[in-house]
Design a protein around this ligand. Structure first.
Ligand SMILES: Cc1ncc(COP(=O)(O)O)c(C=O)c1O
Length: 416
């Protein structure tokens, strides 16, 4: 395995830690009089006490030294109390032990999607991924490179055999191989599929063979719709330290708080910390303190109960969408039934133009889906559409799918 320095993009090499932030450790020494820090004095902070009520009736409050810590600058990697909670949560859900140096709390997992190409990709580097792909990832990646090694996505997730064949061919031709492979292993956005265990293993084998890192982006891991437990994560199967994993609290807690975390090899997480030192210092301590309060108040059992309630909610919506798809869509439209997440990916017959369907009929029929080109590295996938069942009631979903059926009928007329 190549050393980290040989993997980094030029912009990320030789990055020095913030000279001031690195002094923070000295503050813990008993009797230290610090004339060094530039922190505002807590006596000037505005909050006195924050009462928090959770659905289900539990209440807690943020006050005293916890409130001061929440209002003050904090460590770049994580709120210390939340770090402990996350380490225990991660171990319980994934069976993976983490040292604090292997964890960085992020402004949502999206921040990690930006950091990876920032750290590893010069303009002539590429990223391996499957298509369709999450547009937020494409947008982050394209800030650093326009070069992708894209393979199809099918009912078992990323087609790893196609990936291996492409990488083998690139290696034989002496071409530069991708810096990392990006995958969304559960409830894929937009594909609605899961990466099979066989393919997870295969992806790790390919990563070892071609010395790639793997970016496992898993925000829908716990949004499970059929009551089955999540399958082992790629990180849990990694014996070489190749996997950077992104977890998100957006889909299981609240997305507006912007909180998620990265975990992975300490030397890569160190680079994540250096990035944060130069971009936003740290994820909001206030938000981390809120999540910390929720996790300590609810406990793992309470948190899981809340997630399970939400999963039942999404299950009813998923079922409404699939039932309506069976009833209203013609048989030549194909899709997979998601077992996690919030999306169904519809593949329409060749020659159908999803963007034209929206341009021509969305306003009239009053139904909106996202045309497939948003999920392609090249503007392809023009005969596909993503539907989400998260925000509409089952009745609304049924009506929306009926209208989508009519939209398809009209496009069929146009393509005759
Ligand atoms: C696959 C995928 N990754 C990452 C994100 C970003 O999530 P977060 O809110 O944690 O930044 C999303 C959000 O929709 C997503 O679908």
């Amino acid at each position: 395995m190549r050393p980290l320095e040989d993997r980094l993009a030029r912009r990320a090499t030789g990055k020095e830690p913030s000279p001031i932030r690195e002094l923070v450790g000295y503050l813990k020494i008993d009797g230290m009089i610090s004339l060094g820090g530039g922190y505002p004095n807590p006596d000037t902070f505005v909050f006195d006490r924050l009462d928090i009520g959770f659905k289900g009736g539990a209440t807690t409050c943020l006050d005293g030294s916890d409130l001061v810590a929440a209002s003050q600058y904090g460590p770049s990697n994580a709120h210390p109390g939340l770090a402990n909670e996350i380490i225990a949560w991660h171990k319980a859900k994934d069976g993976v032990d983490m040292d604090p140096s292997e964890l960085v709390v992020l402004n949502g997992s999206q921040e990690g999607l930006f950091m990876m190409p920032y750290l590893f990709c010069d303009a002539d580097d590429s990223i391996a991924l499957s298509e369709p792909a999450y547009p937020g990832a494409l947008s982050a990646f394209k800030s650093f490179t326009r070069s992708f090694v894209a393979v199809p996505l099918d009912a078992d997730g990323m087609d790893t055999s196609a990936l291996e064949a492409k990488l083998d061919a690139m290696a034989s031709a002496g071409e530069k191989l991708p810096k990392f492979a990006y995958t969304v292993p559960s409830g894929h956005n937009p594909g609605g599929v899961a990466l099979s265990q066989k393919r997870k293993k295969h992806l790790l084998q390919i990563a070892a063979k071609h010395d790639l890192l793997v970016l496992e982006d898993d925000p829908y891991q716990l949004v499970r719709l059929d009551g089955t437990p999540p399958t082992p994560t790629i990180q849990s199967m990694d014996r070489e330290g190749r996997v950077v994993r992104l977890d998100s609290f957006s889909k299981i807690f609240a997305p507006g708080l912007r909180i998620g975390y990265a975990s992975g090899p300490a030397e890569i997480m160190r680079q994540f910390v250096l990035f944060k030192q130069s971009s936003n210092l740290h994820t909001s301590m206030f938000i981390q303190a809120l999540l910390h309060k929720f996790m300590t108040t609810a406990g793992h059992e309470g948190f899981r109960e809340q997630i399970s309630l939400n999963c039942s909610f999404y299950r009813a919506n998923r079922d409404a969408m699939i039932d309506a798809a069976r009833e209203f869509l013609p048989p030549e439209v194909s899709y997979n039934v998601p077992d996690a997440g919030m999306f169904v990916w519809f593949v329409l017959p060749d020659g159908f133009d999803a963007k034209r369907m929206i341009d021509e009929d969305c306003e009239d029929l009053k139904v909106l889906l996202v045309p497939g080109n948003a999920f392609s590295t090249t503007g392809g996938l023009t005969n596909c559409m993503r539907a989400s069942y998260s925000m509409v009631s089952p009745d609304g979903i049924r009506e929306g799918m009926k209208r989508f059926g009519e939209m398809i009928r009209r496009e069929k007329e146009r393509t005759k």
